[in-house]
Ligand binder design. Sequence first.
Ligand code: MN
Length: 193
Amino acid sequence: MKYELPKLNYSYDVLEPYIDKETMEIHHSKHHQAYTDNFNKVLELHPELADLSVEKLLADVNNLEIEEKDRNAIRNHGGGYLNHKLFWEIMDPANTRNEALVADLERDFGSVDAFKEKFTDAAKTQFGSGWAWLVRNPEGKLEVYSMPNQDNPLQKGHTPILLLDVWEHAYYLKYQNRRPEYIENWWKVIKLI
Ligand code: MN
């Protein structure tokens, strides 16, 4: 199967002023498109993987019996494809507060604010490119950490819940080197908690 760039359910300018229209447009139509195209390219080399979902491919990426460069391409571009798809979904302005998630955050972190502080710290301290993640582990408990590049928690058997892109391409046009300001403002577009 061939992956297509996931459509946004909202316009590029709707997250203004926190995330600017130009960044959204380039991030979605150029960066996400490139991950999608490069993911398709590596899959074309491996028709034996065609029936596996992107989630399954990422979960098993370290065990795939293919050349290392192709495993890396699946990790980087398959991860880039899926991570951005999830990122657009969790920033959808039509989202509403998820009471079950809020209850789990309170259970596992003490409060939503304590969770936000931990997640913000993970996002700020990720060295170089990567993502901050809120995940559910196999025991059902929530965890926060960052991962480099386009790595995805599925590689650890964890289920992604919330994620924040801290690659410079996600904020540089508006915020330049001010990653902490981008992170603080990003919370304002999140309606789920
Ligand atoms: Mn990105």
